[in-house]
Every structure is written in structure tokens, then in C-alpha cells.
Design a protein around this ligand. Structure first.
Ligand SMILES: [Cu+2]
Length: 120
């Protein structure tokens, strides 16, 4: 047979534990932090140090490791056209959801310089 009293006791204990921890979790979630993502551009791809971050301010540090010029565009903002070996920092605010990024030069995106960044 099941022992309902014990189950309720366990459930209550779990609930109390969750309630006790909630304020801490909320405080951490709302901490004013930004995420920095390293982006390496080359022919014809982007390599990101991470493709997910908490929503809010995300800083993309883009380096052109290729042999021709590239840029990096996300949520309507983009870096200047970067010559080989050059870097630029792009600071954007991301809402929760998926955001597409591309290289806006010529047909680079169609060659593979594109992807999706997820803000949680
Ligand atoms: Cu490109």
C-alpha cells in the first residue's frame, strides 16, 4: 500500500525547499551581467565560443581569421567591415528567443556565414 501521509510530508518539504530557494534564484537571474561571446570569422563560416546566452546585453568580440573581409550582423546591428586579422566589438541587447546572425558582405551568408544565436 501507498502511505499518503508520508508522500504529502515529502511534497510539503519539497515545496518549502523550493520556496526558500526561489528568492536567491530570482536575484541571480536579475543580476546585471552581460555575456561576452568570441566570434571567429573565416571563409565561409563563423565559429562562436557559445551560441546561447541569457537575454539582455550580449557583447560579440568578432575577429576576422580569414583571408578576405567579413563582418558580423545580428538584430540589425553590425560590425564595420573587418579586414583580415582585424577585430571589433558589437554590443547588442537580445530579447528571449532565437536571433539569426550573418556576414552581410556579398553572398557570404549563403556560403555558410550564418547561424542562430539563442537568448534564454
Ligand atoms: Cu564574410
Amino acid at each position: 500500500m501507498l502511505r499518503p501521509k508520508l508522500s504529502i510530508g515529502v511534497a510539503l518539504a519539497a515545496l518549502v525547499a523550493v520556496l526558500a530557494l526561489t528568492p536567491l534564484a530570482v536575484a541571480r537571474t536579475h543580476a546585471a551581467t552581460s555575456t561576452t561571446v568570441k566570434v571567429a570569422a573565416s571563409e565561409y563560416k563563423f565559429k562562436l565560443s557559445t551560441k546561447t546566452a541569457h537575454h539582455g546585453v550580449v557583447i560579440f568580440k568578432v575577429t576576422n581569421k580569414g583571408k578576405i573581409a567579413h563582418d558580423f550582423k545580428i538584430v540589425g546591428k553590425k560590425t564595420p567591415k573587418l579586414a583580415p586579422g582585424k577585430s571589433a566589438t558589437l554590443k547588442v541587447t537580445l530579447t528571449k528567443g532565437n536571433h539569426k546572425y550573418i556576414c552581410s558582405i556579398d553572398s557570404h551568408a549563403s556560403f555558410g556565414m550564418k547561424g542562430t544565436f539563442k537568448a534564454t
